[in-house]
Design a protein around this ligand. Structure first.
Ligand code: GAL
Length: 827
C-alpha cells in the first residue's frame, strides 16, 4: 500500500514537471527555468499581469545578462560585454549591471488544487522584487542566498493563467568582483500538501561513525503539523534500504536515530553517498516525501591532532573560488559547476573556500560527489562598506535570515566542513565587529552545532590601523582562526617586526585552538604547506585562488615596464595591479585559467604538495629595455613551452620546481647545466641559450634521480584539434560538452606560441554554442559570438543541448589551418 502511495505522490509531481528533478536543492522541486520573458530596462508597470511583454526576449534560466554583448560596440570603448563606462571598473571586470525584468506566464492543472505551492529561487543577483499576478511577494537584496515565497493564496484557479514578474536591480557600486546580473541560478516550484516537511526541514547528522555501524540522526521539521507519522528510510548507494524508522509526530520537530551497519564512508578518495527518504504519513497515506543526499563521515577538529576525517588526518590543500564560470559568466549551469570542481580536484586540491558568499547547490553537489571539503562562507562585509551600495546596506536587517538560508540549505552536504561568517571584515577589531561576530557565530551554532565557525582575518600593519590585541575579543568568538596572508613572505616581510604575530605565538596563547590560512598568495604555497606539515594544529590553507575569475582585473597578471620605471615599494606595489587596466578584465589569478587550463601556479603547487617530483617552466623572453613586475597575486610570466622561434642563440630563463637537491638540464641529449636547489626553496633558475629541440630537466637526491620533466619544440601550426571532455551528454539544458580547441603541428603537438589566431565555429544539430573563451587576461572579445582567438595555442567552446535528443557537430576552422569537427551524442 505504502509503495503504491509513494508512486502516486511522485508520479503526480513528475507529470506536472515533465522534467528531471535530480538537481534540485529539494527533491520535491519542479524546474521552473523554461520560457521566461526578459528585458533589460527600467520599466514601469511590468509587474501587472496584463502588461504586454510580447516584444521581450524569450529565454531559459539560468541567465546572466552581464556576460552578453553590449549594444553599440566601439573598439577600445565597448567590446563584447565590456565597457570603459562600467561603474565597477576593474573590480567587476568592466562589465555592466543595471535593471532587468523577467516575466513568466504559467497555468497550473487540477493537481495543484488543495496544495501549498512555493516558488524557490537558488539565487538572483541582486535586489530581486517578486510579484505573482500583480501581488508583491517581497524583496530579496542579497544576491547569493536562496529564498522562497508561498504563492498559494495568490494563484488563479486551475487552468487560468498566472504571471510571475521579477525585477532585478544590480545598480551602483556593489561588488569587489564580477557578480553577474539577473536570475543566474535555477528557479523551482515546490507544490506540497498543506501538512508537509518544511523546505530545508531535514537535518541529517552522522556524529557517531564506527567501522561496524554509524548512528544517523535526522530531525524533520513539519509545517502545519497534523497527526502524522514520519518514516525515515536510509538508502545505500545501490538504492537498497539499509535502515528504517518511524515516529509519531507529536510536535513540529521530530528527531530520529537510525543505525546503518557497516557503513561505506564518505571520504576524499571514495565519496560514497547515501540517501534519506523521509515520508510523512497521515491516515495511511503518504502526504509528503523528501529524498536528501548525505554522506556518512566523521569530522573531528581536534586541538592536538587537527582535522580528522573518519579518523585520518587531513591537511587542507585548499583554494578560494568565486562563483563565475568564465565564458558563461555567472549563469550556473549544473555541468559547468561540476566541471569546475572536477578540474580543481584534478589539480590536486582537496578543499574549497567559497569566497565570499554561498554558492549554487550544484557546486556543493559536485563537491559531495567528487570528494572535496568546503568552507562555506556567508559575507564579505558586515556593517562597514567595501563599496557604497554593497551588502552593508542590508546587513542589519537581513544578515540573520541570509545566514540561516546558507546554513539550513547547506548543512546536509557531507562536503561542508566549516562555516565562515565573513571575510576581512573591516570592523573586526571594533566593538561592533565583536558583537556581530558573537551573534553570527551563535546563530550558526544554533542551526548546526556539528561544524566549527571561523572567519578570515587580515592583519597587515601599518595598513591595518588597530593593534593585534584589538582582534583578540573578535577571535574569541571563533572555533578556528582563519588568517589571510599571515605566512606569506612578500607580505609579512613588509610588516613592522615589533607587531609581527605568528601562528606559533597565537597557538601558544590558545592551545585549544586550531589555525589555518584562509588566503595565501600563489608564491607563498611552500611556506604555508611547510607549516601544515610541521604543526598538527595548523590545518593548511586556501590559496587565492584555485581558478581565475572575472573582476579584480589584472591582480595576478605580471606585466612588463620600462627598465627605468621606479616601482612603488612594499605593499603599495599591489596598487600597480589595481589600476584601471583596460583591456584586462579577469584577475588572471588562480591555478587554472578562465577556461580551466593549468597555469604556473598549479605546477608549482604540485611540487609543494609532493604530487609531482619536478616541473619545468620557461619564462617568456623579456622585451629589450623592459623589466618584469611580478604581480602580487600571480607568478612570473612563464609557461610550459620550448617553442620560442626567433630566440635562437639568445639567453632564456628556465625555472625548475623540485624538492630534489640538484637539477640537471639536458638539451638535445647534451647536459648543458647543473645546479643545487637553494636551501629553503624548491626553485632552480637557469639562464640558458635557446636552441630548438628537446629540453629535459632531471632532479636528483644524493645522486639518485627523483624525477624528470620534458619540453619539446613544436613544428609549424597545420591544423586544429578538438577535444570534447564528454562526447555523450544528456538532452538537458543543464548538461554541456566542453570542447578544447588546440592548434597543432604536423605531428599533433600543441603549438603554444600561437596567439591571436581567430578560430570560427559552426554548430549543427541538437545543440548550440553556449560560450567561447580563452585563457588570456586581455582578450575583451565576445563570449557569445561563434569565434575566438587562441591564446597560447588554445581556446574553448562550450556546447549546450537545445533540449531534445539527437547529435550535434561542432566545426572549427581558421585561416591557413586544416579544420576539425567533433560529434556529440545527445541522449
Ligand atoms: C584579499 C581578499 C580577496 C581578494 C584578494 C585579492 O585580501 O580577501 O577577496 O580581493 O585580496 O585582491
Amino acid at each position: 500500500m505504502e509503495a503504491f502511495l509513494k508512486v502516486i505522490v511522485s508520479f503526480c509531481f513528475l507529470l506536472i514537471a515533465g522534467i528531471s528533478v535530480s538537481h534540485a536543492q529539494d527533491s520535491r522541486a519542479i524546474s521552473f527555468d523554461r520560457n521566461w520573458r526578459f528585458k533589460k530596462d527600467t520599466i514601469y508597470g511590468a509587474e501587472r499581469p496584463g502588461f504586454n511583454d510580447t516584444d521581450w526576449r524569450t529565454l531559459n534560466l539560468p541567465h546572466d545578462w552581464s556576460i552578453e554583448d553590449l549594444p553599440d560596440q566601439k573598439e577600445g570603448e565597448v567590446q563584447g560585454p565590456f565597457t570603459k563606462a562600467s561603474i565597477g571598473k576593474a573590480a567587476t571586470g568592466f562589465t555592466e549591471g543595471g535593471i532587468g525584468w523577467y516575466r513568466k506566464a504559467f497555468t497550473l492543472d487540477k493537481s495543484y488544487i488543495g496544495k501549498k505551492t512555493y516558488l524557490l529561487f537558488d539565487g538572483v543577483y541582486m535586489n530581486a522584487d517578486v510579484w505573482i499576478n500583480g501581488h508583491h511577494l517581497g524583496n530579496h537584496p542579497y544576491g547569493y542566498t536562496s529564498f522562497s515565497y508561498d504563492l498559494t493564496e495568490f494563484l488563479n484557479p486551475a487552468g487560468k493563467p498566472n504571471v510571475i514578474a521579477v525585477r532585478v536591480d544590480n545598480t551602483g557600486k556593489n561588488s569587489r568582483w564580477y557578480s553577474g546580473s539577473g536570475i543566474y541560478r535555477h528557479v523551482w516550484l515546490l507544490p506540497v500538501n498543506p501538512t508537509h516537511i518544511k523546505l530545508w526541514g531535514n537535518y541529517i547528522t552522522t556524529s557517531e561513525v564506527f567501522p561496524d555501524k554509524a548512528v544517523i540522526g535526522i530531525t524533520t521539521t513539519i509545517e502545519n503539523q497534523k497527526p502524522a507519522d514520519v518514516k525515515v528510510d536510509i538508502l545505500d548507494p545501490g538504492g537498497r534500504v539499509v535502515a528504517s524508522h518511524k515516529e509519531r509526530a507529536s510536535q513540529s520537530d521530530i528527531i530520529q536515530k537510525l543505525i546503518v551497519n557497516h557503513p561505506k564512508l564518505w571520504d576524499l578518495d571514495k565519496p560514497v553517498l547515501y540517501k534519506a527518504r523521509v515520508s510523512l504519513i497521515s491516515n495511511n497515506q503518504i502526504v509528503d516525501q523528501t529524498i536528501t543526499t548525505f554522506g556518512i563521515r566523521s569530522l573531528v577538529f581536534d586541538p592536538q591532532k587537527g582535522l580528522l576525517l573518519n579518523g585520518q588526518s587531513v591537511k587542507l590543500k585548499g583554494g578560494c573560488i568565486h562563483h563565475d564560470l568564465g565564458p558563461l559568466g555567472a549563469a550556473s549551469i549544473d555541468r559547468a559547476e561540476e566541471r569546475k570542481v572536477e578540474l580543481i580536484k584534478a589539480a590536486g586540491y582537496n578543499a574549497l573556500r567559497l569566497s565570499h558568499n554561498p554558492a549554487s547547490p550544484a557546486l556543493l553537489n559536485a563537491c559531495d560527489k567528487l570528494g572535496l571539503l568546503v568552507l562555506d562562507e556567508a559575507f564579505d562585509m558586515w556593517e562597514l562598506p567595501k563599496n557604497p551600495q554593497d551588502y552593508h546596506l542590508y546587513f542589519k536587517e537581513w544578515s540573520r535570515r541570509d545566514l540561516a538560508s546558507m546554513v539550513l540549505r547547506d548543512r546536509n552536504h557531507p562536503s561542508v566542513m566549516m562555516w565562515s561568517i565573513g571575510n576581512e571584515i573591516y570592523e573586526a577589531p571594533d566593538s561592533s565587529g565583536y558583537v556581530n561576530a558573537k551573534r553570527l557565530a551563535d546563530e550558526v551554532r544554533g542551526l548546526d552545532p556539528t561544524r566549527p565557525v571561523t572567519d578570515a582575518i587580515v592583519f597587515l600593519p601599518p595598513y591595518t590601523k588597530k593593534p593585534w590585541t584589538a582582534y583578540e575579543s573578535h577571535l574569541a568568538n571563533l572555533d578556528i582562526d582563519g588568517y589571510n596572508y599571515f605566512l606569506d613572505p612578500s607580505v609579512y616581510f613588509q610588516r613592522d617586526s615589533t607587531i609581527l604575530h605568528s601562528f606559533e605565538t597565537e597557538r601558544a596563547k590558545h592551545p585549544q585552538k586550531l589555525y589555518m590560512a584562509t588566503e595565501y598568495l600563489a608564491n607563498a604555497a611552500l611556506e604555508n604547506w611547510d607549516a601544515a606539515e610541521k604543526y598538527p594544529w595548523f590545518l593548511g590553507g586556501f590559496c587565492w585562488t584555485a581558478m581565475d575569475y572575472i573582476g579584480e582585473a589584472g591582480i595576478g597578471n605580471s606585466i612588463y615596464v620600462p627598465e627605468s620605471q621606479k616601482l612603488p615599494k612594499g605593499l603599495m606595489g599591489m596598487g600597480l595591479f589595481y589600476r584601471n587596466n583596460w583591456p584586462v578584465y579577469n584577475a588572471y589569478c588562480g591555478d587554472l585559467d578562465l577556461i580551466g587550463d593549468q597555469k604556473p601556479e598549479a605546477y608549482y603547487k604540485k611540487v609543494v604538495w609532493r604530487h609531482s617530483p619536478i616541473e619545468m617552466l620557461v619564462h617568456r623572453p623579456i622585451p629589450d629595455g623592459q623589466k618584469e613586475v611580478v604581480a602580487t597575486w600571480g607568478m612570473p610570466d612563464e609557461l610550459k613551452s620550448w617553442t620560442w622561434s626567433g630566440q635562437e642563440g639568445k639567453k632564456i630563463q628556465v625555472d625548475v620546481y623540485t624538492r630534489g637537491k640538484t637539477v640537471k638540464l639536458e638539451l638535445n641529449g647534451r647536459i648543458i647545466a647543473e645546479q643545487s636547489v637553494p636551501g629553503g626553496s624548491i626553485t632552480a633558475t637557469f639562464q640558458i641559450e635557446y636552441q630548438p629541440g628537446t629540453l629535459v630537466a632531471k632532479s636528483f637526491d644524493n645522486g639518485k634521480e627523483t624525477g624528470s620533466s620534458t619540453l619539446s619544440t613544436a613544428g609549424s601550426p597545420v591544423g586544429i584539434r578538438l577535444i570534447a571532455d564528454r562526447k555523450k551528454i544528456r538532452a538537458s539544458l543543464n548538461d554541456l560538452s566542453f570542447i578544447r580547441v588546440e592548434v597543432v603541428d604536423a605531428k599533433g603537438n600543441l603549438v603554444p606560441s600561437v596567439n591571436g589566431l581567430e578560430i570560427s565555429f559552426k554548430i549543427s544539430g541538437a545543440a548550440t554554442i553556449a560560450g567561447v573563451g580563452n585563457g588570456s587576461p586581455a582578450d575583451m572579445s565576445s563570449f557569445q559570438q561563434p569565434r575566438k582567438q587562441v591564446y597560447q595555442g588554445k581556446a574553448l567552446a562550450i556546447v549546450r543541448p537545445l533540449g531534445a535528443p539527437g547529435t550535434a557537430t561542432l566545426t572549427a576552422s581558421a585561416r591557413g589551418l586544416q579544420s576539425s569537427s567533433v560529434h556529440i551524442e545527445i541522449k
